[in-house]
Design a protein around this ligand. Structure first.
Ligand code: NDP
Length: 279
C-alpha cells in the first residue's frame, strides 16, 4: 500500500519536496503519494488542514513557511515534540505515534548531515552563524551535539540574537539529561554582523538576505576556512566573498535534501543513500 505525505505552506507551488520524496521512494522501492498543500495564512486553517489530512489516513506532513512556529505551538499543546523541535521552537515534520500528533525538526540535523558529507569537521570547531530567525535557532542544538566548541551568533538586530540564545538555552536546559548538560556547559554569544571579526572554522549564513539585492556588512577582519549559505538556487554573494579569500564554500541545497531524507526516514523507516540518489 502506498504512503501519503504532504508539505503544507503558503506559498507552496515552488516546493521541490514532492520530486525529492519521489526520488527517495524510488530508491527505497516503495510507493509514495506526496503533494503540495496550500493553506490560508492563519492558524485555524493550518489546524484544519492537518486534522483533515491525518484523519483521512495521511502518514506524515512537512511544514514550511509560514507555519513552522504554529505547528510547534500546536504540538506542544495537544501532542508531543522531539528535542530538536523544542529547542528550535519550530516544527518541519509532523507524524503520529499511537494516535498522538508529534512535531519534529529535521532542518538542523539536515545541515549537520550535509556538513559531514562535505567533510567539514565540526568537533572542536569555532563557528559563526549570521542570522537569528527560525533557521538559525534550529541549528544551535545540532551544532552543540556535533561538538563545536564555540558559537557566535551575529544578527542585524542584535537584541533578536540575544533573545534567541536566551530562549534556546532555557528550553535546552529544561530538557535535562545530555542536552541539558550541553547547554549548561557551553556558551553562545551575540553580536552585530559588522562586529563579527577574526577567523572562524565555519561561517554559516542563516539570513534571508539572498532573496534581495542587499549585501551583508561583513568586516574586512572576518575570515573563515569554510563558508555555508543555507540559501540555494541562485548566485550567492556571501559565498563569492569567502571563495575569493580561498575558503571552501557550499550552498544549502544539500541541507534541503538531507532534512527531507530525515523526514522520509522518520515516516517510512527507510534510510536514504545520498550517493546513489536519482535527482
Ligand atoms: P527568518 O525570516 O526567520 O529570519 C530572517 C533572518 O535574516 C533574520 O535574522 C533577519 O535579521 C535576517 N535578514 C533579513 N534580511 C536581512 C538584511 N537585508 N540584512 C541582514 N540581515 C537580514 O528566516 P528563516 O530563519 O526561516 O530562514 C533564513 C534562510 O534560511 C532563508 O533564506 C531560508 O530559505 C533558508 N533555509 C534553508 C533551508 C534549507 O534546507 N537549505 C531550511 C530552512 C531555511 P533581523 O532579525 O535583523 O530581521
Amino acid at each position: 500500500m502506498s504512503k501519503r505525505f504532504i508539505v503544507i505552506g503558503n506559498p507552496i507551488s515552488h516546493s521541490k519536496s514532492p520530486e525529492i520524496h519521489q526520488a527517495f521512494a524510488k530508491q527505497a522501492d516503495i510507493k509514495v503519494h506526496y503533494h503540495r498543500q496550500y493553506c490560508p495564512n492563519d492558524t485555524d486553517s493550518f489546524h484544519a488542514v492537518v486534522e483533515a489530512f491525518f484523519h483521512g489516513g495521511g502518514d506524515g506532513a512537512n511544514v514550511t513557511v509560514p507555519f513552522k512556529q504554529a505547528a510547534h505551538d500546536w504540538c506542544r499543546e495537544v501532542g508531543g515534540l522531539t528535542p530538536y523541535a523544542r529547542v528550535a521552537g519550530a516544527v518541519n515534520t509532523l507524524f503520529r505515534q499511537a494516535d498522538i500528533l508529534f512535531g519534529g525538526n529535521t532542518d538542523g540535523p539536515g545541515l549537520i548531515a550535509h556538513l559531514q558529507q562535505l567533510g567539514w569537521s565540526l568537533s572542536g570547531s569555532n563557528v559563526a552563524i549570521i542570522g537569528a530567525g527560525g533557521a538559525a535557532r534550529g541549528i544551535i542544538l545540532p551544532l552543540l551535539e556535533a561538538g563545536v566548541s564555540n558559537i557566535t551568533l551575529a544578527n542585524r538586530t542584535v537584541s533578536k540574537a540575544e533573545q534567541l540564545i536566551s530562549d534556546c538555552y532555557s528550553e535546552g536546559q529544561l530538557l535535562g539529561g545530555d542536552i541539558g548538560e550541553l547547554f549548561a556547559t557551553s556558551r553562545t554569544q551575540a553580536c552585530a554582523i559588522e562586529s563579527l571579526t577574526g577567523h572562524y572554522d565555519i561561517i554559516i549564513n542563516a539570513t534571508s538576505i539572498g532573496l534581495s539585492d542587499e549585501r551583508l556588512p561583513l568586516s574586512d577582519q572576518l575570515s573563515c576556512t569554510a563558508a555555508y549559505d543555507m540559501m540555494y538556487g541562485r548566485p550567492l554573494p556571501f559565498l563569492e566573498h569567502f571563495a575569493a579569500q580561498g575558503a571552501q564554500t557550499s550552498d544549502g541545497y544539500g541541507m534541503l535534501l538531507a532534512q527531507a531524507a530525515l523526514s522520509f526516514e522518520r515516516w517510512t523507516g527507510h534510510s536514504v543513500d545520498m550517493h546513489t540518489l536519482d535527482l
